[in-house]
Write a protein that binds this ligand. Structure first.
Ligand SMILES: *[C@@H]1O[C@H](CO)[C@@H](O)[C@H](O)[C@H]1NC(C)=O
Ligand SMILES: *[C@@H]1O[C@H](CO)[C@@H](O)[C@H](O)[C@H]1NC(C)=O
Ligand SMILES: *[C@@H]1O[C@H](CO)[C@@H](O)[C@H](O)[C@H]1NC(C)=O
Ligand SMILES: *[C@@H]1O[C@H](CO)[C@@H](O)[C@H](O)[C@H]1NC(C)=O
Ligand SMILES: *[C@@H]1O[C@H](CO)[C@@H](O)[C@H](O)[C@H]1NC(C)=O
Ligand SMILES: *[C@@H]1O[C@H](CO)[C@@H](O)[C@H](O)[C@H]1NC(C)=O
Ligand SMILES: *[C@@H]1O[C@H](CO)[C@@H](O)[C@H](O)[C@H]1NC(C)=O
Length: 530
């Protein structure tokens, strides 16, 4: 009864409401047309956004072919199809005392240690590069090589994780290794395998390894589904280990502090969860990085430099991918707001590198420069992120990036990345290519044991230092090595004992492979991860 009476009285007001509604629609329509016309005018006034030309850039193709070879130079284990004539089998007994096979994997830099933390990070970056730019690599016939290099690491990582709460994080004793100067093929030093476990945890190294395996599981998803599933299972278990037994690995294993001291594990937990979200699309991992821990772990609004120790900038760009390209319906409003915070922090970093010198951290020669140890790491890591971010902008038709009232286009980010890559390849005040084997003028005294000792030498541990002391250039070419790089004043001292500048690392090469793959050609669509 009541309802009926009400509906009667409603019908008398009905005409008034209709009139109000019609007026509202007309006003809204007029406003819409005006705004649309203004927007259209504005668009007509702005020049059309610039795009990269298609086609392959020869110098980046040449440089990419050289860069990927450093992963061959660094191989441990029984070599397959070895193309580096001065390399042979080594590390065949690694892990034997623990009844596991840790013979594969990569030597980290100029010494003979397999450090799990940077090795896993190298794999994560290499996998990310393949996921974004596998088609570019294929265009210059480097995709298979990159996948094989990645698998050489992930084969090792699988064996390094023999049970849920045990992860081997290192093979070799750096203190005794550094008292020797010898080739991996002839080394007879003891090579202990060192683990983290639930009594001596290492959330940073476990989470980085989880990130590497989750990213690699996507790389191998289509052509090796069984291997991909194995990687994903390990990744999920390792993440659980990292999350439930919190601890800094270099506190558990203090010996590592002189080499790869970790500043914390919150960044790796977020980075691993971001990769696991991409690999599984399981909403738990997205919640983990957003509503559960974003606020406490992510340090939004304070961009930092991507490196083997700090993964925040990487995960900010990786999560921007979700924001730019995969806006999915099941993402809640709160999660979406958190994703915005990640993207905004990534944009802060992009704005910082686009700012003209001297406000940004650049050398006079134009190189991003953060630290004198392995200085190139920061510039090539950031350039890799810049080219990825610019491709997300192109792919999502996002024409502009706003930086303090200035408008930048995705092409500006790409040109920044080009400037850094070209600096590394020789367009710098020293006229020196910091990619070994590229150009005519590259470092000849790379701090690298294997490269500095002739293949037929019979020196052992300590007398091997005569090859470090030698005034002659390296007898072997550490092809594809990206050395530490120049000082802030753009100078470089090509000396074998100058490990600050002259020592290459596997993660430098991973970043450079990613950067060159982004630049070698261009595509209108970023390949989907899944
Ligand atoms: C756990 O790891 C620590 C540090 O590597 C090691 O000393 C210890 O033996 C390990 N625990 C077990 C049960 O193997
Ligand atoms: C390693 O880092 C920790 C902070 O995580 C610091 O307290 C320690 O002094 C560092 N060790 C070395 C040798 O630098
Ligand atoms: C680098 O090359 C330029 C142009 O060819 C030349 O002017 C300059 O002197 C060179 N610098 C060095 C350090 O060789
Ligand atoms: C090693 O090889 C080099 C170049 O082939 C040769 O000059 C040198 O005599 C050899 N040394 C030994 C110890 O056989
Ligand atoms: C190499 O040089 C160091 C420092 O100058 C010296 O102590 C060492 O004896 C030299 N070693 C050899 C094998 O020449
Ligand atoms: C460049 O910087 C390095 C390290 O700070 C310094 O040793 C060197 O003398 C400087 N070179 C020049 C030419 O200023
Ligand atoms: C490294 O070698 C150079 C000569 O090549 C020498 O001047 C310098 O003193 C050496 N530095 C160290 C730390 O041994």
């Amino acid at each position: 009864m009541e309802a009926k009476t009400k509906s009667k009285s409603d019908s008398t007001e009905w005409h008034w409401w209709l009139l109000v509604a019609v007026i509202a629609v007309l006003v809204a329509g007029a406003v819409y047309i005006t705004v649309w016309r203004d927007f259209h005018d504005l668009q007509n006034k702005l020049p059309p956004i610039r795009r990269p030309h298609g086609g392959v850039t020869q110098k980046y193709s040449d440089a990419l072919r050289i860069s990927t070879q450093f992963f061959d130079v660094q191989r441990s284990g029984r070599l397959e199809n070895n193309q580096i004539e001065w390399r042979g089998d080594s590390g065949l007994q690694d892990g034997k005392e623990e009844n596991i096979d840790l013979s594969k994997g990569l030597y980290d830099a100029g010494d003979l240690i397999k450090f799990g933390f940077p090795m896993a990070f190298t794999a994560t970056i290499l996998a990310w590069s393949i996921l974004e730019y596998g088609q570019h690599m294929e265009a210059v016939k480097e995709l298979k090589h990159a996948q094989e290099s990645l698998k050489w690491i992930t084969d090792y990582l699988i064996n390094a994780h023999p049970s849920d709460y045990v992860l081997y994080i290192q093979v070799g004793d750096p203190d005794s290794d550094h008292k020797c100067w010898e080739r991996p093929e002839t080394s007879i030093e003891k090579r202990p395998a060192i683990q983290v476990n639930n009594s001596y945890p290492g959330s940073d190294v476990a989470a980085e390894t989880a990130a590497a395996m989750a990213a690699a599981s996507l790389v191998f998803k289509n052509h090796d589904p069984h291997y991909s599933k194995t990687l994903l299972k390990h990744a999920q278990k390792l993440f659980e280990f990292a999350d439930s037994y919190p601890g800094i690995y270099s506190k558990s294993i203090p010996q590592i502090q002189d080499y790869y001291n970790s500043s914390g594990y919150l960044d790796e937990l977020l980075w691993a969860a971001s990769w696991l979200y991409h690999a599984t699309r399981d909403g738990y991992y997205l919640s983990y990085v957003t509503v559960m821990h974003g606020n406490a772990f992510a340090n939004w609004g304070n961009p930092t430099w991507l490196s083997w120790d700090d993964k925040l900038a990487g995960m900010q760009v990786l999560l921007s991918r979700v924001n730019f390209l995969n806006a999915e319906k099941e993402i809640s409003i709160a999660e979406n707001m958190n994703l915005q915070m990640y993207r905004r922090t990534a944009e802060d970093l992009m704005c910082r590198i686009l700012m003209p010198s001297p406000t940004s951290q650049k050398t006079n020669g134009g190189l991003i420069w953060v630290d004198e140890w392995d200085s190139l790491q920061y510039s090539i890591a950031t350039s890799f992120l810049a080219v990825v971010f610019s491709d997300y902008m192109f792919a999502s038709k996002t024409p502009y990036l706003y930086c303090n009232g200035k408008l930048y286009e995705p092409m500006d980010l790409r040109e920044f990345a080009v400037s850094q890559a070209d600096y590394v390849l020789g367009n710098n005040p020293m006229n020196m290519s910091y990619l070994v084997g590229y150009g005519l003028n590259y470092p000849r005294y790379v701090h690298h044991r294997g490269a500095s000792i002739p293949g037929n030498a019979t020196t052992g541990c300590e007398d091997g230092f005569k090859w470090l002391n030698s005034t002659k250039p390296n007898p072997n070419l550490a092809i594809g090595a990206v050395v530490g790089g120049p000082f802030l004043n753009d100078t470089y001292i090509d000396s074998r004992n100058n490990s600050m500048q002259a020592e290459p690392t596997t993660y430098n090469s991973a970043f450079f492979v990613g950067l060159l793959s982004g630049l070698v050609t261009s595509s209108s669509v970023v390949r989907s991860f899944t």
